[in-house]
Design a binder for this molecule. Structure first.
Ligand SMILES: Cc1cc2nc3c(=O)[nH]c(=O)nc-3n(C[C@H](O)[C@H](O)[C@H](O)COP(=O)(O)OP(=O)(O)OC[C@H]3O[C@@H](n4cnc5c(N)ncnc54)[C@H](O)[C@@H]3O)c2cc1C
Length: 436
């Protein structure tokens, strides 16, 4: 499509030290890190920022309790530290929440395993200070299927209701640090000459124009599209880097007995499942289905929607929820490391950086895997790999809710003073925009 009225300054022939391809949470975090390190950085996104996997997640900022079962203690610890930093740095967007964990007598997990896991999780992550409510537990016990005996535990984690807003804030910071950011701009191919990357060929999807730009480093942060970009650029990897695993969610109105605090439980097949109050609705997910189709066209399959609904009604038989109540369903493809022999649930959620030097494309790095939670840390690792000056993470990783509330109150005061508005308005502004 051609939009002559939306012409942007041409990039043809410009030279950048770093081109980051992909404007999801990882690409934006990397562009911000590189720009802050003083590198001339270009960030390009083929659609809108955060429109890929980043907007299709469960929106939990967590270490991942269940990954402890797979022995991923280091990854869980790193993620919990990242959770702590996000809670401290973005208290208006990332909130500590109290989760209930409900397991029926059907579970394969022993009470000892659960208690040990929860102890370790608390020990690694520290206390966030969100008090468990007996009312929440009692209410849940009342509504859960009475045909089973339930064990209900609780733990603390965090939620970012709108990771898209987090991405928007990081994007603004990247631009303020000097990055050039373009959405609706697709990288058609990476230019490689004599074993080294030289630049990229771009198509501006608003004007339809194609442009060549030069670059020293190219970061492929295209998530589940990572292998496609390499194929288009004739960069041959020994095997695929990503093994896409689709995850679907359904969104429903509140129903009789709907939990008022996030619930972590098991689906009808005993896989982990979340039922989360989100945006004044209930978010239920998720599934794990290998998916190698175009990530841009991913949709939840009918049997995934049925599975989520059946699991929900099995938990809450008196909820009277039916398929007619579903507002909508959505799916995203987890860009997990390619591991065809492993069950999707046991594939590591750890990220890694694939250096393409041995494949004849020195200067190109692909970002594989990861989580919303660890994007900022991944960005620091990526900048370090390019030999850049990397800012140490700001703030303490361990936080308590008691420390966060005064910080938010201080922001409310500042915004109220600067904007000349009352406390209620200032608080609403802070909840959406932080101090900005
Ligand atoms: C179902 C599900 C639930 C999840 N739940 C959680 C959770 O609760 N907590 C958590 O921490 N993590 C969660 N995750 C993981 C997290 O969402 C992802 O790890 C993260 O969003 C990946 O971000 P990304 O930037 O790498 O990829 P993406 O967000 O997919 O960004 C890649 C971008 O690259 C762009 N792109 C592709 N090709 C090109 C090209 N040629 N030119 C320009 N741009 C291009 C795409 O349009 C896309 O916007 C979940 C993931 C899924 C799928």
């Amino acid at each position: 499509m051609n939009h002559p009225s939306k012409r942007r300054p041409p990039l043809e022939g410009e030279r950048f030290q770093v081109v980051v391809i992909g404007g999801g949470i990882n690409g934006v975090a990397i562009a911000r890190e590189c720009a802050r390190a003083g590198r001339r950085t270009l960030l390009v996104e083929q659609h809108d920022f955060a429109s890929g996997t980043t907007s299709r997640s469960t929106r939990i900022i967590h270490g991942g309790l269940r990954y402890l079962e797979h022995g991923e203690i280091g990854m869980v610890h790193e993620s919990l530290r990242a959770r702590g930093r996000l809670l401290r740095e973005r208290p208006h967007l990332v909130h500590p929440v109290h989760f209930l964990l409900a397991l029926s007598d059907n579970t394969r997990r022993s009470s000892l395993t659960i208690r040990t896991g929860l102890w370790l999780y608390r020990h690694l992550g520290g206390k966030l200070g969100v008090a468990p409510s007996d009312m929440d537990k009692k209410k849940l016990e009342h509504w859960l299927d009475s045909g089973h005996r339930w064990s209900i535990f609780d733990f603390e984690d965090a939620q970012c209701e709108f990771p898209e807003r987090l991405v928007a804030e990081w994007l603004i910071e990247a631009i303020q640090a000097g990055a050039v950011a373009r959405n609706h701009m697709q990288v058609l191919a990476v230019d490689v000459v004599s074993g080294k990357v030289r630049g990229v060929l771009l198509r501006d999807k608003l004007s339809g124009k194609e442009e060549h730009i030069d670059a020293t480093w190219i970061i492929n942060a295209t998530g589940p599209w990572a292998d496609r970009l390499c194929q288009r650029s004739s960069i041959l990897t020994q095997r695929p880097m990503v093994g896409g695993v689709r995850g679907s969610h359904i969104v429903l109105p509140g129903f009789a007995g709907a939990p008022s605090t996030p619930l972590y439980t098991e689906g009808v097949d005993r896989r982990p499942m979340f039922v989360i109050p989100w945006n004044e609705q209930i978010l239920v997910g998720t599934t794990e289905v290998p998916d190698t189709t175009d990530p841009g066209k991913t949709q939840p399959a009918n049997d995934e929607i049925e599975y989520l609904l059946n699991s929900l009604t099995a938990l809450f038989p008196s909820s009277k929820i039916s398929s007619h109540d579903i507002y909508y369903a959505f799916a995203g493809v987890r860009p997990l490391p390619f591991s065809p022999k492993q069950a999707p649930s046991s594939i590591s959620r750890r990220h890694y950086l694939h250096d393409h030097a041995d494949e004849g494309a020195a200067g190109m790095i692909s970002v594989i895997g990861g989580k919303l939670t660890t994007a900022a840390e991944l960005a620091r690792q990526c900048a370090k790999k390019m030999g850049g000056r990397v800012r140490p993470p700001q703030g303490l990783a361990l936080v308590s809710n008691a420390a966060l509330d005064p910080l938010l109150d201080q922001w409310v005061l500042e915004v109220g003073e600067v904007g000349g508005v009352g406390e209620t308005s200032a608080r609403s502004i802070v909840e959406w925009h932080g101090r900005r």
